[in-house]
Design a protein around this ligand. Structure first.
Ligand code: MEV
Length: 409
């Protein structure tokens, strides 16, 4: 489809206004003034391609998924796998309450047992004090829920670490959690007789988890051998951190492309995902693939997903707001679950390509397309030149130039 047609269809299906549709056409959607309000020392903006992954059915609902990414093949792979997943009813997703952890590090405590007892006894008071910092969050049903205590042995001696658990509802929560932790610090100093040092959110958001599951019929995947091979590819990642890093990178291709489209803190998501993948002490795959009694492929992805839809750049970036509208998302949990569904599809796309033709074939086709365009091909010549270049088996710029020249003449 030509780009303009895609824009019209996306606009129509998502009920975009004329102004929003123009924003899509604007090629970035962020003015210098808007950028200047987001960070410091602004001198420009950088635009990413924004694609739409099609075919996603998530908990029985069809959704168009905007993905911002510079890497070719990712959007196509997500769409293709989402299509295969529809045969097994689509992706089923669930999530826990959106609870984040704030850490308070306490040093130089004269009597740790006594300090822990004092904190435990003052828990309700501490939670009240934390909640006074964010009445809006409390009004929306969120707020500080619990305080957990851990003692850890470190190079700098024994430390008491408090975990303040905060239900962040539709916010990512970093601001709320950090403010609460900072407020509690003087009281914690008093209760422990020690000295609070760090007061900061943990990006290992292991209380804020999402789970996406799918079944892909063996015949849709290319037969039972492909199912077995995907399971073997997964088992490799499960056992070997060198492979697990790449396996999880494939998942993050999907997760982060959606995160970028809606202007999330993607560094936080990456950090949380990889720390979670290493929670057993052995860095491993975030997903699990197995074969069911019918010989079909079953996939499960479970990971932390700390995303918000109120506050931050998601509120101020016009494309981010538009992308949420395209997905039809009005809750942070829905966004988190949708991102997990895309991560699972992306993972399958990579594994399926790797166990079949390898990923270079698809990549090289797209690479060939770039080369023939660079060599001057236009209109319907592009398709013919790509075909000839791929068939030549020598996907290089000089060869592309030669082919384009020949086909033009
Ligand atoms: C490339 O961006 C992602 C893959 O390497 C993922 C994987 O190997 O599973 C294809």
């Amino acid at each position: 489809m030509p780009v303009e047609e895609r824009v019209s269809i996306t606009s129509e299906k998502s009920g975009l206004t004329e102004a929003e549709t123009d924003l899509l056409r604007s090629g970035g959607g962020l003015s210098l003034e808007e950028a200047n309000r987001m960070i410091e020392n602004v001198v420009g903006t950088i635009a990413y391609p924004l694609g739409i992954a099609a075919n996603f059915r998530i908990n029985g609902r069809d959704r168009l998924i905007p993905m911002a990414i510079e890497e070719p093949s990712v959007v196509a792979a997500a769409s293709n796998m989402a299509r295969l997943m529809r045969g097994g009813e689509g992706v089923k997703v669930t999530s826990t309450d959106p609870v984040m952890i704030g850490q308070i590090q306490v040093l130089d405590i004269p009597n740790i047992d006594k300090a822990k007892k004092n904190i435990a006894e003052a828990k309700d008071k501490l939670l009240d004090l934390a909640n006074q910092q964010d009445p809006v969050l409390v009004r929306f049903g969120g707020g500080a829920r619990d305080i957990q205590q851990r003692t850890i042995q470190t190079e700098a001696g024994e430390m008491l670490i408090l975990h303040l658990l905060v239900d962040c509802r539709d916010a990512m929560g970093a601001n709320a959690v950090n403010t609460m932790c900072e407020t509690l610090a003087p009281v914690v100093n008093e209760l422990t007789g020690g000295r609070v040092l760090l007061r900061i959110i943990s990006n290992l958001a292991d209380h804020r988890l999402v789970r996406a599951e799918c079944v892909v019929k063996k015949e849709d995947l290319g037969g039972e051998k492909v199912v077995d091979d995907v399971v073997s590819a997964w088992a490799f990642a499960d056992a070997d951190p060198y492979r697990a890093a790449t396996h999880n990178k494939g998942i993050m291709n999907g997760v982060i492309a959606v995160a970028l489209a809606v202007a999330q803190d993607h560094r936080a998501l990456e950090a949380g995902a990889h720390a979670y993948a290493a929670r057993s002490g052995h860095y491993s795959a975030l997903s699990r693939w197995s074969k069911n009694e019918n010989g079909d492929l079953v996939g499960v992805l479970e990971m932390p997903m700390a995303v918000g839809i109120i506050g931050g750049a998601t509120r101020t970036h016009p494309i981010a707001r538009l992308a949420l509208k395209v997905m039809g998302i009005s809750k942070a949990a829905e966004l988190a679950e949708t991102m997990a569904a895309v991560g699972l599809a992306q993972n399958l796309g990579a594994l399926r390509a790797l166990v079949k033709e390898g990923i270079q074939q698809g990549h090289m086709r797209l690479h060939a397309r770039n080369l023939v365009v660079m060599a001057g091909a236009e209109g319907d010549l592009i398709g013919r030149a790509v075909k000839a270049l791929v068939e030549s088996g020598e996907i290089r710029f000089d060869k592309a130039q030669e082919i384009v020249k020949r086909l033009e003449g």
